[in-house]
Design a protein around this ligand. Structure first.
Ligand code: COA
Length: 179
C-alpha cells in the first residue's frame, strides 16, 4: 500500500473528511496552531501559512501518511484535521492524531466522529487489527474522547515531552479491532 499522492474523502453523519490541499492552508488554520489554548498539548507552538503548505505537501508525498481536513457538513466550515501516520500495513496498524481547531466546536463529539470514520476504514477496508495514538497525560478532554472510542492506555512515559519549562508525561493508547 502506497498512499503518496492519494486523494480521498469520507463522510460521517455531521462531518466530511478530505485529504488536505494547498488551499486548506488558511489564516484560520494558522490561527488555531498559534492559539495557546489550542496548542497547549501540541508539539507545534507556532506556524505560518508557508509552513502549513510545506507540511501538507510533505504529507501528500509520504507513502505511509494520510492527512485530512475535518469539515462541517451543514456549512462546509473547516474545523480541524485528522491524520493517519504511520500507516503500517505489514503490522496491520495505524497511528491516528486529531485536532479540532475551532474552539466553538469543542465538546460536541466532532473529534470522536472524525476518528471513528477513519478507524472504521482501517478495520473494515484495510483489515487492520489495531489503532494507536499518543497523548499528553494532562490533556483530559482528548483522553476522554479517546476512551469513548474504546482506546485504552497501554503505556505511560514519565517526563517524555518538554514544553518550555514543563516536562509532561505521555500516555500511549491502543484500540483493538473488535472480533
Ligand atoms: C482534545 C480534542 C481533540 C477534543 O475534541 P472534542 O471534539 O472536543 O472531543 P469530544 O467532544 O469528542 O469529547 C471531549 C470529552 O472530554 C470532555 N472534556 C472536555 N474538557 C474536559 C476537561 N478539561 N477534563 C475532562 N474532560 C473534559 C467532554 O465533556 C467530552 O466528554 P463527554 O462527551 O463525556 O462529555 C479537542 O479539544 C482538540 O483538538 N484540542 C486541541 C488539540 C489537541 O489537544 N488535540 C489532541 C492531541 S492528542
Amino acid at each position: 500500500m502506497d498512499f503518496a499522492k492519494t486523494t480521498m474523502a469520507f463522510e460521517g453523519s455531521r462531518v466530511t473528511l478530505h485529504t488536505m490541499e494547498d488551499r486548506d492552508a488558511t489564516e484560520q488554520y494558522v490561527g488555531w496552531l498559534n492559539d495557546p489554548e489550542v496548542n497547549r498539548y501540541l508539539g507545534t507552538k507556532h506556524a505560518t501559512i508557508q509552513e502549513l503548505r510545506d507540511y501538507i505537501g510533505q504529507k501528500d508525498l509520504q507513502p505511509n501518511a494520510l492527512f485530512f481536513g475535518i469539515f462541517l457538513k451543514q456549512d462546509g466550515m473547516h474545523i480541524g484535521t485528522v491524520k493517519l501516520e504511520p500507516i503500517e500495513p505489514e503490522k496491520k496498524c495505524a497511528t491516528i492524531a486529531v485536532l479540532i481547531g475551532e474552539k466553538t466546536c469543542w465538546g460536541k463529539g466532532y473529534a470522536a466522529e472524525a476518528m471513528q470514520v477513519l478507524i472504521d476504514w482501517c478495520f473494515r477496508t484495510l483489515g487492520f487489527d489495531e489503532m494507536n495514538l499518543g497523548v499528553i497525560a494532562k490533556n483530559a478532554a482528548a483522553i476522554r474522547a479517546y476512551q469513548k472510542l474504546g482506546f485504552r492506555e497501554v503505556k505511560r512515559d514519565l517526563g517524555y515531552v518538554r514544553y518550555g519549562d514543563e516536562l509532561h508525561d505521555q500516555v500511549w493508547m491502543t484500540l483493538t479491532c473488535p472480533a
